[in-house]
Design a protein around this ligand. Sequence first.
Ligand code: FEO
Ligand code: CA
Ligand code: CA
Ligand code: CA
Length: 629
Amino acid sequence: MNNSVDFPCDVEIDDAENTPSNKSGNRPFNEVLSADLKRRDMMKGTLAAGATTFFASAFLSRDTEAFQEAPYGQNITFTPVSLADAAAGDGKMPLISPDYEYQVLIPWGEPIEPSGPAYVERGNSADDQTRQIGIGHDGMALFPLKRDMGEQINGTMINKRGLLVINHEYGSNSHVLGKEMPESLEDVRMSQHAHGVSVVRIEEKDGTWQTSESLFARRIHVNTPVEFSGPVEGSDLIATPAGNIPLGTANNCGNGTTPWGTYLTCEENFNGYFGANNDESTWAPTVEQERYGFADDGFGYGWHQFDRRFDLSDADYINEENRFGWMVEIDPYDPTSRPVKRTAMGRFKHEGSAWREAEDGRIAFYMGDDQRFDYVYKYLSARPWRDMIAEGVSPLDEGTLYVARFEEGGFGEWLPLTPDNPSITSYSTLEEILVYARVAADEAGATPMDRPEWTATAPDGTIYLTLTNNSNRETADAANPMAPNADGHIIRMKDDDVNGDTFQWEIFLIAADTHGTEGSFSDPDGIAVDNRGRVFIQTDGSQQDGLQDQMLVANAFTGEVRRLFMGVNGDEITGFAHTPDRKTVFVNMQHPGNGDPAETNFPAETDGTTIPRDCTIVIRRKDGRQVGI
Ligand code: FEO
Ligand code: CA
Ligand code: CA
Ligand code: CA
């Protein structure tokens, strides 16, 4: 069984992302299916013909000297994991291309430093978990160590050590606690501490990557003090009657980085951790709570039964839920710094946040809101980011949030979510618009999409966007041409001028088109584009053709897809980090076997009893060349 109980990011169950909360009725560009299929055929023809679209000029204008080895986006020569080999396995252990090798790093429960509390299956305390790797490995980034940190950075050493910052999206109670519901505050703390982010120093020694002692190693979890910044800082909308200080980050899914050397973690399905103990007497969802998917029982974590902060019906903790759903900036180089919730970037179920610098130096971040029929957003800094940093102002605090409208013919418009947008009638202040960005975006007229997941920036400024699937779609439109869309697709888009409000877009791949071929995949989720324009695609959902979730590499011009790595039963492959030379790539295996030892025991050898553990997979070419070739 593949992903039978994956939760909450799976496609198999009626989970948070799959239950649309968007009742705005936005369908601005519905077209009949036949017209969209025509467009789809046109796009396929375009790819087959070798990039005759607007992308061609950008690609061809690149520094050809740097790409003599092979044309941009096309140098993919590795022998893939074949469909036959992949389908023949029992799904208990991963498979990798014969040209590559892998190593397991930092499984759930490993101490963040070797001196920390050792992992003991079902034997660790909630306190231990604050010094151990969390569960639900997802987005991540590797930050180089610096000379002023007492590190050698000469020669190849820069490629053999670094600070790995990694998200721990979620772990089901059955996986983390060994029971369906918490029975005490200690159980809830265990679950809360398994969520969040880890910062670990890693290094390669004798060919093996491992953690080491470091002043920079730390855990950030659901009870870590955090700060708010930007337009919503100090707002009544995030103040509670209890007056408790802001604590924690949760459901940290995709990630981003900034060019000023910080990490961005995305709070996705935060609604699922809240519930209501006194639902019948005192709690009914507001319009906004309903739009964000809050419910009596949440996703069944039961935190609200022992921790008042997560009880929506507790009058002392009104607005606690508005403190989640943000982009959170973490400075890995300052272990005393608090994570900062950057409110100018809006509150929704954040997935990735790829950035691109405009010609005038302003910086744009492209972000998905992962739910059926939700939207794609862009945040654009108010001024050139280098000037803002020099002034001591965060480029993430002053800027404009936009939401995307995809139009026929490959054009699109960025709609501003600002008080002066006459379409937004429910709110008159910027802080309301940002806290309730989904409602503002409904009113602005955004295009409902098929679950926007990660974004990635190609070297030429093209943004790749995964739409993972949407089996509820009944009417196709230009940007979402499958109805229903069981397997997802990938769009690429480019701002005409990042300072302006229009963009161009096209469909890069439709997953269903790959089925039955060697490049078969479904449910694209994680995505990355390397410095040579190669597109790495990671999947989360039931794969066809006997496959497990996987990472593939796509040719940006021809759309050819090759399978580099395939995971185990019930898992998801997500997250992408690399050394500066890109000869070592880190990806994550999330929820192997969904925690069930009968499905897999990975990373342990198959024994039928050892609890499988989320972990990072270190990938290298056997011949030492760049990963992806
Ligand atoms: Fe956590 Fe949308 O994936
Ligand atoms: Ca997931
Ligand atoms: Ca997903
Ligand atoms: Ca995801």
